[in-house]
Structures are given as structure tokens and as C-alpha cells.
Design a protein around this ligand. Structure first.
Ligand SMILES: NC(=O)c1ccc[n+]([C@@H]2O[C@H](COP(=O)([O-])OP(=O)(O)OC[C@H]3O[C@@H](n4cnc5c(N)ncnc54)[C@H](O)[C@@H]3O)[C@@H](O)[C@H]2O)c1
Length: 400
């Protein structure tokens, strides 16, 4: 039985039903400093201990047998709480992003190594139904040598929606540069191709529309686009979270024999595969729309179909249980997690320097860790509005 505590009851709440429906999981405690978030869904929380303070949550949770923590607190504040939890003897599953600075990337990795606790990033987009299908095709080898992949995660909204998701002055969503929310675009690429990023070069573009609301959303660029050299020799292009006018996200992996993609004009329940005439296996079409559904997963597939993010949230729970209860190592371990954070962090520095190509540290390597151990540059303010050491948007000069 996995006795879990949930830290952050906004996004955290979308996992509560999945946890409650799972006979291998018991929700022991839920923590959120915003009591509205606790009260709104109280009847859904059963006997779980409810509180607003993390130390109280850890102490009372442990009294009640808590062995793992799901971190769904602020985007850029996961590392210190992950470290506290692991040092208290608990395993950690964390929402994105793994770490807010390069120094935190080092601290997180070293905490996992020192404590021997289990850490998994809850990056769910690789497990959406279409991305799972694409991943299966990629791993069959039929694309040939992998050359290129792209992940484009588009998610903006009107001002009312932006306000809703930016509830306070110093909230991370008001200060996050466009490259930082990289995991939903890069994560699927890494997972499908089993590759890690080695270098990043990136550019951002200013948005006049977002500039109009700069008094409360200071990150007024519309897009950050990153270009990565991957360790399997492939190149990859990915967004952070964009505000481009687009009604879909999309993913693509292209090899020298075939390519596979979904999003855009491709029907929602299909992925599209292309072969050259000279690489097409006998009996296959040159272009085919392949069903992407969950029927091959039986009962689990039926449950996943009801879960958020195209089933991705359900599969994250399975990944977590397989690791915490059965010791099956996940792809998104601490090294994959911090590598993605570093792409977002260094991608932004590249944007600020006209696309400079920057090496992603290998966080398994002590010398490479030492080089960034004290690197705490951040675009995010603390709760009093202090501590910013990087701009969160490109320099922009107004003209007539
Ligand atoms: N994977 C996905 O599909 C997905 C979707 C939405 C959000 N997220 C991630 O989930 C995380 C949370 O995002 P959100 O949408 O819930 O918005 P949010 O970050 O505004 O909400 C965080 C919640 O945590 C609570 N909290 C923060 N710090 C706390 C502290 N020190 N003590 C007690 N409570 C604290 C807040 O009161 C709030 O209710 C972020 O990392 C975000 O990136 C992921």
C-alpha cells in the first residue's frame, strides 16, 4: 500500500480522484496554505489530514504512515520541499519543473544520491494516448536513424483565464520566461526517443498583445523556441509554453526511413506515418493514419480514457506505483528531470544572448555540477517581490 500526501491542492486536486480510485493508494494528508482550496473539495478528501503548513504536513503525515509526497506547489519551488521530504525519509513525485535554478538542479540530484530516496517527475504529456502510440512506433525502429524531433506545447488564454491562473502579484505565472515550461514539449520527445539534451540554443519573440497587460503579467514574450542537440545524435526543436495563436499542440519524430506525427490537421484519434517509396515495407501504405486508442491496454486503458491530459495523469500514477511499490525505475528520474529544467533555464539565457549555444550540464558528472553549483540566477521573485536576478522578458523599446 502506498500512503501518499499531496502538497498543493489546486493541480494536486486533479490527482485526488485517481488516488482514491486506486486500491493500492491511501491519501494520508493534504497540505495547502490556501484554505479555500482545502474547503472547496473537503468531502472528496475523506479522512486525510488537512493543513496549511509543510512541516506540520510532514510530521503528522509521517505519524499516519505517509511514505511518499506528491508535490503540486508552485512551479519554481519544488526543489526545497522535495529535499525536505527526502531528508525526512519519504519518496517524492514532483510536478514540473524539477528545479528552478541550476544550483537547485545540483542540490536535488545530490539529495537523491545521498538519501537513496526515490524521485520521479510527474511529466504526463509523454503518456497522452497519441504520444504513447508514437513512442511505440519510434521504439520499433521502423523510422530508421532518428534525425529530428519536435514538440510544440501551446497553451494561452484570454485575460480572464490568465487572471484566474495568476492569482497574486508575485505568482510564478506572471514572471516565468517563455522557455521555462519546457517539459510538456521536450518530455515527450525525450521519452519517445530515449534521448537526453546536450546543448540548447533558443530565441524568444515579443508580443504586443501581452505587452498591454505587462503591469500584472510581466513575461510579455509570446514564444520561446529551443533547438537542442540530443545525445543520440538527433536534433530537436521544442517550445516552452507558448502564447502563439494556435488551437493545438503537436509532436513529430522523423528518421531517415519514416516519420511520425500528430496534432494540427491530423484527426485527434490518429497519428500520421510517412514512408518514402523506397523505404516502405511491403504491404504498408506510403502515408497512413494509424489509430491511437487505448484498446490494447484492456481495463487500464478504460480507466486511462477517463483521466486528464489524454490519459496521461492515469499513466503517471501507474509509473509512480511501479517505482515506489515495485522498484521499476521510471524514465523521468531525477537526472532526466533536472536536464529538462536546465534546458528551460539555459534556453532563456540563450534567448537573452541572441541564440548563444549553451551546453546542458551532465548532472551525473561532479565537475560539471561544480561549475553551476552556485548558479542561482532567477527571474522569479520571492513572496515579497525580492530576489529577481534575471529579466523575464526580452528587452523591448516602445516606438511611436
Ligand atoms: N502536468 C500538468 O499537466 C500540470 C497541469 C497544471 C499544473 N501543473 C503544475 O502543478 C503545479 C501547481 O500548479 P497549479 O496549477 O496548481 O497552480 P499554483 O501553482 O498556483 O498552485 C499551487 C498550490 O500550492 C499551494 N502552495 C504553494 N506553496 C505552498 C506552501 N509553501 N505551503 C502550502 N501551500 C502552498 C498554493 O496555495 C496553491 O493552491 C505547478 O508546478 C504546475 O506547473 C502541471
Amino acid at each position: 500500500m502506498l500512503n501518499i500526501g499531496v502538497f498543493g491542492a489546486w493541480r494536486g486536486n486533479s490527482y485526488i480522484d485517481l488516488f482514491r480510485d486506486d486500491e493500492e493508494i491511501e491519501i494520508v494528508a493534504i497540505c495547502d496554505k490556501n484554505t479555500d482550496k482545502l474547503n472547496e473539495n473537503k468531502e472528496n478528501f475523506g479522512d486525510a489530514y488537512l493543513c496549511g503548513d509543510f512541516d506540520d504536513f510532514l510530521a503528522e503525515g509521517k505519524n499516519r504512515g505517509m511514505s511518499a509526497v506528491f508535490l503540486a506547489n508552485y512551479f519554481n519551488e519544488h526543489t526545497p520541499f522535495a529535499i525536505k521530504a527526502m531528508e525526512a525519509g519519504l519518496d517524492v513525485i514532483s510536478e514540473c519543473t524539477a528545479a528552478g535554478t541550476l544550483a537547485e538542479c545540483v542540490e536535488l540530484v545530490e539529495c537523491v544520491e545521498k538519501t537513496g530516496r526515490k524521485y520521479i517527475l510527474a511529466e504526463n504529456y509523454p503518456f497522452s494516448t497519441q504520444n504513447l502510440k508514437m513512442g511505440k512506433i519510434v521504439s520499433s525502429g521502423e523510422l530508421g536513424t532518428l534525425l529530428y524531433a519536435e514538440g510544440e506545447y501551446n497553451h494561452s488564454g484570454d485575460n480572464a483565464e490568465l487572471r484566474k491562473y495568476t492569482p497574486s502579484e508575485f505568482h510564478w505565472r506572471a514572471w516565468m520566461p517563455r522557455t521555462y515550461y519546457v517539459t510538456h514539449a521536450l518530455g515527450p520527445i525525450m521519452y519517445m526517443t530515449k534521448s537526453m539534451p546536450k546543448y540548447v540554443s533558443a530565441r524568444a519573440a515579443h508580443s504586443d498583445l501581452l505587452y498591454k497587460i505587462r503591469d500584472w503579467r510581466h513575461n510579455y514574450d509570446g514564444v520561446g523556441m529551443m533547438f537542442c542537440e540530443m545525445d543520440n545524435g538527433m536534433i530537436a526543436r521544442c517550445t516552452g509554453c507558448t502564447a502563439m495563436a494556435s488551437d493545438y499542440s503537436r509532436y513529430r519524430v522523423a528518421g531517415d526511413r519514416a516519420g511520425i506525427e500528430w496534432g494540427g490537421y491530423i484527426p485527434d484519434d490518429k497519428v500520421r506515418r510517412f514512408y518514402f517509396s523506397h523505404t516502405k515495407p511491403e504491404g504498408e501504405e506510403q502515408i497512413s493514419l494509424i489509430d491511437a486508442d487505448l484498446s490494447e491496454f484492456g481495463e487500464k486503458g478504460k480507466k486511462a480514457a477517463k483521466a486528464g491530459h489524454g490519459g496521461g495523469d492515469y499513466w503517471i500514477v501507474q509509473e509512480m506505483k511501479d517505482y515506489f511499490l515495485r522498484d521499476k525505475k521510471p524514465f523521468f528520474d531525477v537526472y532526466a528531470g533536472v536536464a529538462m529544467s536546465a534546458v528551460g533555464i539555459l534556453g532563456w539565457r540563450s534567448c537573452l544572448n541572441h541564440g548563444e549555444n549553451i551546453k546542458i550540464p551532465d548532472f551525473r558528472n561532479k565537475e560539471e555540477r561544480d561549475a553551476v553549483r552556485d548558479d542561482r540566477l532567477t527571474p522569479f521573485p520571492d513572496q515579497d517581490g525580492n530576489g529577481i536576478t534575471l529579466p523575464c522578458a526580452l528587452p523591448y523599446e516602445e516606438t511611436e
